[in-house]
Write a protein of this length. Structure first.
Length: 243
């Protein structure tokens, strides 16, 4: 029988893997972190946890030396987004998402100025299909809309974007052409081979996403719903170790 991967002492987790804590309460999220142990060093706190007091969890994770991704997809008038981002800039968290609209991105960049908080523009949600975008009055298909928003994120001076793995290669190419080797491409919709797609319409495996140009992989249920979340995370890390 194949044994699950075992972490070596003082093993540094692969910080390209961001574990999505998509559970209802901070207590459940903290329990998941405890089960994952040393296999992951980067965690995503989304709107569900935000509504339940997720900033307390964020501070706890930072105190433990972990990285935190605030996936809150801010979208409001520029002044509000700028002030909200400035308020979060002192939290010590590492990543924050805003919707990839020019005014919103420019405001968030101003709010984060002088801090270590990196701002990402959410291009097109990975659950959306071309039919969904057409129903929402968008004339562009997903790939073209993502390209437009990546260009706008680069123009706004953002640190990166969130896009599906299917658009990661184009995002990386656009960033390279703009001289932004440091530009982050964070990809949700990542599913290991054989895993259920759940609500992801444009998914890919971890290896395929990284090979396409992603810098970070947001992975939720394949880790958090596994019988052994730590072993699941270590298995994914092993799969991408040579990429």
């Amino acid at each position: 029988m194949t044994q699950p991967p075992v972490a070596t002492p003082n093993r540094a987790p692969d910080e390209r893997i961001i574990c999505a804590l998509d559970v209802p309460t901070p207590a459940e999220a903290a329990a998941l972190v405890e089960r994952v142990q040393d296999a992951v060093g980067f965690y995503k706190i989304g709107l569900q946890l935000f509504a339940a007091g997720g900033m307390g969890l964020a501070h706890d994770l930072k105190a433990q030396g972990r990285k935190v991704f605030l996936d809150w997809k801010l979208h409001d008038i520029g002044a509000t987004v700028e002030k909200a981002t400035a308020g979060l800039a002192g939290s010590g968290c590492d990543l924050l998402t805003v919707h990839a609209r020019p005014q919103v991105m420019a405001a968030a960049r101003r709010g984060a100025e002088g801090s270590s908080l990196k701002v990402l523009g959410v291009t097109v949600l990975t659950s959306l299909t071309a039919e969904d975008l057409a129903a929402d009055d968008h004339s562009l298909p997903p790939a073209e809309l993502v390209e437009l928003r990546v260009r706008q994120a680069l123009d706004a001076g953002l640190d990166g974007v969130v896009s599906s793995p299917h658009e990661a290669a184009r995002a990386r190419a656009l960033a390279g052409a703009a001289g932004r080797a440091d530009f982050l491409v964070v990809t949700p919709g990542v599913r290991p081979v054989g895993a259920a797609l759940d609500d992801q319409a444009r998914a890919a495996t971890p290896a395929a996403a990284l090979q396409a140009g992603a810098t970070h992989l947001v992975i939720g249920r394949p880790i958090t719903a596994a019988a052994d979340p730590r072993a699941a995370a270590l298995g994914i890390a092993q799969d991408i170790a040579l990429i």
